[in-house]
Design a protein around this ligand. Structure first.
Ligand code: PEP
Ligand code: MN
Length: 263
């Protein structure tokens, strides 16, 4: 179902009045985690003004350490919904537990499956039934084949609104947090009809690498970007080092507009 043979033209995913796929570029932006009402409302306003169409923010956080902040859960989902009301941005947020899928689907416009859960087949079968589009992140050590098979689970379960998200894989390089594999953009476009979104934030782990890699992603033909933005990255509870300030995000967006009109 994910393959180009099954569907020769690019799939277009319609969400509200937005369409993802077919190389229209969407930028999804916001903090790693929803930390407070004011943090998410302030960020939402800033990223909307800069041209983002989706607000991101985790209410359920999959953390490497059990002692790290785990997210505001339903309270965070409520703040995201309030930010959507106030800005008109669509909301993308991660679901980490199959039992929470109906709850998250009640608030979100797009459900994100995190890298760590790419092969959580119980969760994939559950999001297949939720009626909302799904952004499927690549597992940190997943091959293209395994990633496409994970998407196949969601489509086989009846949900055809799936997008791939490359967020970097684990290699021997340690300067960057992950190695952003941009070759997946043309590779997926050759093999699949589904949209491809690039996450240069988790893909590099360093804010100063986000802007150049975002440009490279669009040059490679990505259908969109998902970028971490925080009003005060130095105070962020998670992923501050890879988060852009609203000012830097705005500068990047202006540059991307120039680039896409040149392409
Ligand atoms: C995130 O988007 O904040 C996140 C946890 O990403 P990943 O699943 O790619 O690590
Ligand atoms: Mn993050």
């Amino acid at each position: 179902l994910v393959s180009r043979e099954f569907h020769p033209t690019d799939s277009i995913i319609r969400i509200g009045d937005q369409e993802i796929g077919g190389r229209r570029v969407h930028v999804m932006a916001g903090p790693c985690a929803v930390e407070s009402r004011s943090q998410i409302l302030e960020t939402a306003q800033a990223v909307r003004e800069a041209g983002a169409t989706f607000l991101r923010g985790g209410a359920f956080k999959p953390r490497t350490s059990p002692y790290s902040f785990q997210g505001l859960e339903e309270e965070g989902l409520r703040y995201l919904a309030e930010a959507r009301e106030k800005t008109g941005l669509l909301v993308i947020t991660e679901v980490i537990d199959a039992r929470d899928v109906p709850l998250v689907a009640d608030y979100a416009d797009v459900l994100q499956i995190g890298a760590r859960n790419m092969q959580n087949f119980i969760l994939l079968k559950e999001v297949a039934k939720c009626g909302k589009p799904v952004l499927l992140k690549r597992g940190p050590s997943a091959t293209l084949e395994e990633w496409m098979m994970a998407a196949e689970y969601i489509m086989d379960g009846g949900n055809y609104q799936v997008m791939f998200c490359e967020r970097g894989i684990r290699t021997f390089e340690s300067y960057t947090r992950n190695t952003l594999d941009l070759s997946m953009v043309p590779a997926l476009h050759a093999l699949s009809h589904l949209p491809v979104i690039i996450d240069p934030s988790h893909g590099t782990g360093k804010w100063h690498l986000v802007h150049p890699m975002a440009k490279a992603a669009l040059a490679a033909g990505a259908d969109g970007l998902i970028v971490e933005v925080h009003p005060h990255p130095e105070k962020a509870v998670s992923d501050g080092k890879q988060s852009l300030t609203p000012e830097r995000f705005q500068m990047m967006m202006a540059d991307l507009v120039r680039l896409t009109s040149a392409l």
